[in-house]
Design a binder for this molecule. Sequence first.
Ligand code: FAD
Length: 390
Amino acid sequence: MAAIFARRGGSRVTIVEKTADGGRKILISGGGRCNVLPEAIEPDRFVTDSPRPLLRRMLRSWPLRGQRDFFEREVGVPLAFEADTRKWFPASNRARDIRDGLIALARREGVEFRFNTDVTGLHRSDGRWHVETTDGAIDASAVIVATGGLSVPATGSSGAGLEIARRLGHVVHETYPALTPLVAEPPCHAALAGVSLDVRVRAKSTREAIESRGGWLFTHRGYSGPAVLDVSHVAVRSRAAGDVSVRVQWCDLDADAWREALASASGLVVNVVARRLPQRLAEQLLIEAGVPPDRRVAELRRSERAALVEHLTTYAVPWTGDEGYKKAEVTGGGIALDEVDPRTLESRRCPGLFLCGELLDAFGPIGGHNFAWAWVTGRLAGRGAAAVSR
Ligand SMILES: Cc1cc2nc3c(=O)[nH]c(=O)nc-3n(C[C@H](O)[C@H](O)[C@H](O)COP(=O)(O)OP(=O)(O)OC[C@H]3O[C@@H](n4cnc5c(N)ncnc54)[C@H](O)[C@@H]3O)c2cc1C
């Protein structure tokens, strides 16, 4: 995106890309379908330790309507809105169409590609940038660093850009895996692997709290699904301090509603619970709440009812860790937003250096927000770089 807009601004542009084809994260995104944009951009749901007005300003610079038109008319990929998840995907449901479409558009615009080439260093002398690569040095009037963060290193993002920025004197806020599954060791819920449902999750520490509603998935190692991923950064950031709790309400019934449901029902307790929850989960929660599997509603003891209602509405998830960068959809933290000019994303420390994408200190929730961030900041950086390099 940055290269396309830099080229449109009249610059000669070369992309230096370490993998053989680039955009590999796009290929694996959205389960291979690429959730390319959200229904609406919600700046308040983004996470950053930088000043929020800067984040809002950057996000506002390219309204969603314009981004959708760009993909449909210029990249040439029709998009489809999925009503139940409220997300935009390529109508073909093929992530590859987005990746290949962007590369094809960049080529049509005249961008030169150097694949299988690693940027190893960056320095400035005599008012020019010198980009050191595994295939020789490149001299440039402007450089855009769009190397991503540390998440899923197999896609090419190893944190090289963060290191380069640090060496150039930039403030880099502490990084951490975000939108990453949680694990339990020992894996006490492995028998529930594959069970999924819509829940409400709350993660709370002494420094922050977040709530999310949506899909929950039991995995062999722990817990995943959009609702878990969206709160995972609070768990990850506070784990070392040991002051974080993750609690789940398994369906839309709160404690009062469950008490009423139990009071007005008859038959086995497990069947009452399984009317709202997957059977295997209902059985597990009864065991953990200390309610015998053959307990009838009429015989439910007061203490059993209290424990069961607590397990149904404020269940304390027995997580012990997270999947880290290996599975994190994004990197939290990164180059502080006040290190760049919000209009152009030019570094405030190094003239002619532009920074964009996951490298910067911001990420959004699941649902297309992180690509929106990449598209928006890529466009700003591309335009900014073109303005100084013409
Ligand atoms: C499994 C998964 C699913 C996701 N699904 C979605 C989704 O559906 N919707 C959504 O909005 N977001 C999704 N995301 C997040 C989204 O993919 C990222 O936010 C986005 O790709 C970040 O873009 P970027 O260009 O900043 O970095 P990246 O996409 O990481 O691109 C960085 C590029 O720089 C290259 N590079 C790195 N270092 C060097 C170097 N030294 N020299 C040369 N090249 C280098 C890399 O090879 C890579 O091609 C997903 C992420 C993952 C991991």
